[in-house]
Design a protein around this ligand. Structure first.
Ligand code: URA
Length: 216
């Protein structure tokens, strides 16, 4: 399933407008914090689709039947652009385990690129809920490669993908490879440039959060 969190206007619409706005983007701290807030809202929304179990707890005044999550999810992201969105997930899933992957786009002279993956640390995933934060779901290439690598750590019970902005092509590519996953998008755009940037999108999420980089 694909969930577009902008379909109904909410506070999230305000934060989406701010991360897209070139003037407001100049405030790096605000950009990161808005990404984080989008992660927080997505965490709350997707939590309604997680399995819960009834449990009896003792309050100072008596007993109460409550609902608690069936175990903790595993949160993950691809360094570096995904860090603020991941932080938002972690603020809400505050006891979760985490996995990290380092990857980057290696650009060629003709404008094409390939994804280079360098580092991965991950707990066992068998039977766990896996939630992956990818701020910009463009072609989906890095996300698909990351998920394929993560599958080497066991088959998750379910995969949730959290993204600030997705484009239709990327969603199709991901669902072709991982048809059972859920995608939670702050918004969905239609266009993708030849260099793999989403239009209108917001630009380069990693650079906006952390500053521009020099190609190595
Ligand atoms: N990554 C970004 O940061 N922006 C895009 O538009 C696509 C991928």
């Amino acid at each position: 399933m694909v969930y577009n969190l902008s379909v109904r206007h909410s506070l999230l619409s305000q934060w989406m407008s701010e991360i897209r706005d070139m003037e407001i983007q100049k405030d790096r701290m605000r950009f990161r914090r808005n990404m984080e807030r989008i992660g927080e809202v997505a965490a709350y929304e997707l939590s309604r689709h997680l399995p819960f179990t009834e449990r009896l707890v003792q309050t100072p005044m008596g007993e109460s039947m409550v609902n608690v999550m069936n175990g903790q999810p595993v949160l993950t992201t691809i360094l570096r652009a995904g860090v603020p969105l991941y932080q938002g997930l972690q603020n809400y899933f505050d006891q979760a385990d985490s996995a990290f992957i380092a990857a980057y786009r290696k650009h060629h002279r003709d404008g094409s690129f390939e994804i280079e993956q360098h580092y991965i640390t991950c707990p066992a995933l068998e039977g766990r809920v896996l939630i992956i934060a990818d701020p910009m779901l463009a072609t989906g290439a890095s996300l698909i490669l990351a998920l394929e690598t993560l599958m080497g750590y066991g088959k998750p019970a379910h995969i949730h993908i959290v993204t600030a902005i997705a484009c239709s092509e990327g969603i199709e590519n991901v669902l072709r490879r991982f048809p059972d996953c859920d995608i939670w998008a702050g918004d969905i755009d239609d266009e993708l440039t030849a260099k793999g940037y989403i239009v209108p999108g917001l630009g380069d999420a990693g650079d906006l959060a952390f500053g521009s980089k020099q190609q190595g």
